[in-house]
Design a binder for this molecule. Structure first.
Ligand code: 5GP
Length: 128
């Protein structure tokens, strides 16, 4: 899938659309999700143009991969959700493609925290 420069997160990166910023460095931008699904719901996106985690894992430079992943603990500590920072832990989710219901085609990590998050994947109801 080719990268769509008009996706909403590309517009946020270009400053064309506002966001509630949590953290920013050379490699990553983190901001609050507009429709939070937990008391704390942050999104971390790489500065580079990558559609999803598959694209990023395959095509990003080592420097970008390291820089982006380092942002996770920076954000989690800043939000106070990591156990290191006195929080109760968090979950990282990266949806990739149709079955994962990826909505925005620019790689993003969801950081969810602030309540027990339940099972990692909900079982699908049996059809029989
Ligand atoms: P996905 O389903 O692609 O993994 O998640 C996309 C996430 O982006 C959703 O949780 C959605 O609420 C969030 N989102 C969509 N549009 C915007 C926006 O304009 N601003 C912010 N802050 N979050 C957005």
């Amino acid at each position: 899938m080719s990268y769509d420069k008009e996706n909403i997160f590309a517009k946020i990166l270009r400053g064309e659309i506002p966001c509630d910023k949590i953290y920013e460095d050379e490699y990553a931008l983190a901001f609050k999700d507009i429709r939070p699904q937990a008391p704390s719901h942050a999104l971390i996106i790489p500065k580079g143009a990558y559609v999803d985690i598959n694209d990023f894992s395959k095509n990003a430079t080592n420097e970008e991969v390291v820089g982006f992943n380092r942002a996770i603990s920076m954000v989690a500590d800043k939000l106070g959700i990591s156990e290191d920072s006195g929080g109760n832990g968090y979950r990282v989710i990266a949806n990739s493609g149709n079955d994962a219901h990826q909505e925005v085609p620019h790689l993003h990590f969801h950081l969810l925290a602030g309540r027990p998050l339940g099972p990692m994947v909900y079982p699908i109801k049996s059809e029989s």
